[in-house]
Write a protein that binds this ligand. Structure first.
Ligand SMILES: *Cc1c(COP(=O)(O)O)cnc(C)c1O
Length: 370
């Protein structure tokens, strides 16, 4: 019998969330962003729920190969473009569209021998200051690409740093949007500028020809806690669940776990759940992090260890050995209603974001589609 922990990937939730991206930006096409092994969900499993996407956006060439192996014939966009000249051969062979964010990538294209010209997206650095051409160099880069026989259509792209919130007290996207609009003014080509946060919060200004929906298709909320998944009508695509494999009765003054980080003030019934940081549960989650046991909300106690964590069963007398623990996602039906624990709440308690928790699911956790 393996450890009782498992991750469930909810195919129908992925399809629903993809539909939410469409309804936010009805005139745009939707890239489902599946980088980082589909944010930890697994490309192959995520593909089941996302096959209605217009295209898939990712970073790693081997992930692009995996998508082609699933018989996906539609567009695939490499969000960081190629990393070395010979990657262009794979782009030709697999018909990958690629981002061009620097002069070196144009140099490599100019030397590339291909029968079929490539579709590229030229990336503007509109203020994020990670990748992209500065506004002053954007038109010259466009002209260089336009002159290359290796290049077919040129799309235009940028990425927001603050689409999820205000920036220094004002509209988070205005400065970047203005930079993009002025740099792209008059240039032919499809536009793609919106990530999930922009798609949810600023679709009328940012939808363009393609939106790039990442976290939202997995049911994570880019602007939590200002908004939650219910507000945006997003459903969790991943459940992490396990079982209570031990029960302890603490007396006042007793402690639980490493460092005696939790000390009981009164009689406390503790469940030990088979889930720890080696499964991808955040070690920094403090006492009080929400968890469901048999679909009822309770809290963690003390430090998360490698293979186990402790939960408070004091108010749940019917729960105990063998009870189901939902670390995040969909819990069991209780009294006719489904129970749910948003990953965003767990992430917030642990001082991180849902993105990081999804991506960190450990390889030792068995994954199933549900
Ligand atoms: C990861 C990524 C996205 C998706 O971002 P979300 O916040 O997950 O929607 C979009 N565009 C680029 C360039 C990315 O790297």
């Amino acid at each position: 019998m393996p450890r009782p922990i498992e991750a469930l990937i909810h195919t129908a939730a992925l399809a629903h969330n993809l539909g939410r991206a469409r309804s936010q930006a009805p005139n745009a096409r939707v890239w489902a962003v599946v980088k980082a092994n589909a944010y930890g969900h697994g490309i192959e499993r995520a593909f089941e729920g996302l096959r209605a996407a217009d295209g898939f956006a990712l970073l790693d060439l081997d992930e692009a190969q995996r998508l082609r192996a699933l018989d996906w014939r539609g567009p695939i966009l490499l969000l960081e473009g190629v990393f070395e000249p010979r990657d262009l051969e794979l782009c030709s062979r697999l018909k990958l569209w690629h981002t061009v964010h620097c002069e070196q990538q144009i140099d490599w294209l100019a030397m590339h021998k291909t029968h079929e010209p490539h579709r590229v997206f030229l990336k503007l650095n509109s203020g994020m200051n990670r990748l992209g051409f500065p506004p002053a160099a954007f038109r010259a880069a466009y002209a260089r690409l336009e002159a290359l026989p290796q290049v077919d259509e040129i799309g235009l792209m940028t990425h927001f740093s603050d689409a999820d919130a205000m920036r220094q007290g004002v509209d988070g996207i205005a400065h970047q949007l203005a930079a993009f609009e002025s740099a792209a003014d008059g240039l032919a080509g499809e536009r793609t500028i919106a990530n999930s946060a922009a798609t949810l919060r600023h679709a009328t200004r940012t939808a363009g020809d393609w939106v790039r929906a990442g976290i939202m298709v997995y049911g994570g909320v880019p602007d939590f806690p200002e908004h939650d998944a219910a507000h945006w009508d997003l459903r969790p695509a991943m459940t992490l669940r396990s079982k209570v494999i031990g029960v302890q009765q603490l007396q006042p003054g007793d402690t639980v776990g490493y460092g005696s980080a939790y000390r009981a003030e009164q009689a406390t019934r503790v469940g030990i759940v088979a889930c720890g940081y080696a499964d991808g549960y955040p070690r920094h989650a403090p006492t009080g992090t929400p968890v469901l046991v048999d679909g009822q909300r309770t809290r963690t106690l003390g430090r998360v260890s490698m293979d186990m964590l402790a939960v408070d069963l004091t108010a749940l007398p019917a729960s105990g050995f063998g009870s189901e623990a939902t670390l995040w996602g969909e819990g069991p039906v209780v009294g006719g209603n489904g129970s749910r624990l948003p990953i965003d709440e767990v992430a917030r308690s642990a001082g991180t974001i849902g993105y990081e928790l999804m991506c960190a699911i450990a390889t030792r956790v068995p994954v199933r589609s549900a």
